[in-house]
Design a protein around this ligand. Sequence first.
Ligand code: ADP
Length: 493
Amino acid sequence: MSEVPIKPPVEVKYTQLLIDGKFVDAASGKTFQTLDPRTGDVIANVAEGDAEDINRAVAAARKAFDEGPWPRMTAYERQKVLLRFANLLEQHNDEIAALEAWDSGKPYQQAIIEVSMVTRLMRYNAGWADKIHGLTVPADGPFHMQTLYEPIGVAGGIIPWNFPLPMYAWKVGPALACGCTVVLKPAEQTPLTALHVSKLLYEAGLPPGVLNVIPGYGPTAGAALASHMDVDKLAFTGSTETGKIILDLATKSNLKPVTLELGGKSPFIVCEDADVDKAVEVAHQALFFNQGECCAAGSRTFVHERIYDEFVQKAKQRALTRSVGDPFKEGIEQGPQIDTEQFNKILKYIKSGVESGATLESGGERLGDKGYYIKPTVFSNVKDDMLIAKDEIFGPVQTIFKFKDLDEVIRRANTTRYGLAAGIFSQNVDTINTLTRALKAGTIWVNCYDIFDAALPFGGYKMSGHGRENGFNGLENYLQVKSVCTPLVNPAW
Ligand code: ADP
C-alpha cells in the first residue's frame, strides 16, 4: 500500500467485456460512459454488452463448466486460486480502492476497508472449497445411501452500484468456491472495479471462461442473463422493483433458482433506557453511511417519547457536523450521490417530507453547484403514513419517529413491505430479547449497526428478498444435492 492516497485520475486499465479470459469489444461495437459523481465528468467509455454478448459469455462459461477443468479440479486446487486472488487484492488494495471511490463517489478511506472486506470474503469462501461434502445416510432397508454435493453449473450475477466490490465478492466468491462458472453483470454506473479485479483473478490462475464480466444496461444485458436458458442459477442484488422483473424472467425461461437481495426500510429502535449519545451516533451512521445508499440503512429511527427531544437535538447537531465533500479528501464522511437520477429522486423525497408536514431539522438541499452532493438531512415528527416513512429513499435523509411502548413500536416497525434489517438500542436484556424475536427482519443489530461478516448470513424477509448470502447458507445456493442409493449385496454387514 502506498503512504498517501492515490487520487484521480487513476489509470483505468480495463474497459472491455471480459469473455473467456480475454478483454473484447461488444459485438455491437457500442460503448457507454461511466461518470465521476463528484463532477458528472466522463471517467471512461466502457464496452456496452447486450444480449449477443451475454450469449457469448454464457457459452464460454458453459464450456468451462462442462469441459472443465474448473469443476473437476480438486477443491484444494480451486482454493489455492482463490487464496492467490485474495493476496493480489491485498497487494493492490489502494489502487482498487481509488478506482472504486472514483467510480462510485464513496469516501476513499471507506473503499480501502471494503477492499479488505472483499479479501476476507474471498478467503472465507476459499476456506469452504475443500470442506463441502455429502453424508452417508442411515437407510430403512438393505441399501447404501449417500448424498453428493455438486456445483450447480453456470451462475449468473447481477449487481448494483452502491457496493460494487462487496457485491461482486458475494456473488463470485461462493460460486467459484463451489466449482461453478460465472457470468457477472456489474451496474452500468460502476463497471470499472469488477473488470479490474477479475483480471487479477485470472492472474491468480483462473482457467479461461470460468468468470465472464459483461458491463451493460439492465433491460438489455441484465434481462438477457436473467432469461438465458443456459444459466443454471441467478443471484441479484438491487431494487425490489427490478427484483420482481428478474424473478419473472427466470420463471418464464428455464425456472432457474434465484436469490434476491432487495430494498429495505429498516427500523432503528431507541428504547428509553438506551445510552442516548451512543444511540445518536450509531443511528446517524446507520442511515448516513455510504451516502445513505444502503439497502440495510436504518431508515426509520424510532425513539422513545421520554428521550425524543434530546435525541432529535443531538441527531440534528451530528448531521450538521457530518463532513461532506470530495471522497478523496482526508476526513470526509460523505461523498456525492451516484448519479443525477438518484440525486433528483432524493431531493423529491425531501420536498415531499416538507410538504407532508414533517419538521426539517437540517439539510434539505444540495451542497454546492457541481456533482451530486446532498446535505445530511434530518426530519423529526415523521408520521407512519408519510411517503418518506414508507418508501426507500436511498439517500442521506434520516426520519425520526416517536413511540410510547414496546408493543406499539413492534407493530409499527413491522408495518412495512420490507424486512431486511433492524437495529435495537437498549440495555435491558428482556427488551432486547423481545424485540429480537418480534421484529420481522433477516438481520438484527443490537447496540450496533451495519456489522457484516463473511460468515454471517444476510438476506431479507418479505419484499426484501429470497434466500441468504454469506456463511454456509451463501454457498448452498451454488450447490446441487444428489442422492445416491446402492443395494447392499450382503445386508448382514
Ligand atoms: P437502481 O434502480 O438503484 O439502479 P436496479 O435494481 O435497477 O437499481 O439495478 C441493479 C442492477 O440491476 C443493475 O446492474 C442494473 O443494470 C440491473 N437491472 C436493472 N433493470 C434490469 C432488468 N430489467 N433486467 C435485468 N437487470 C436489470
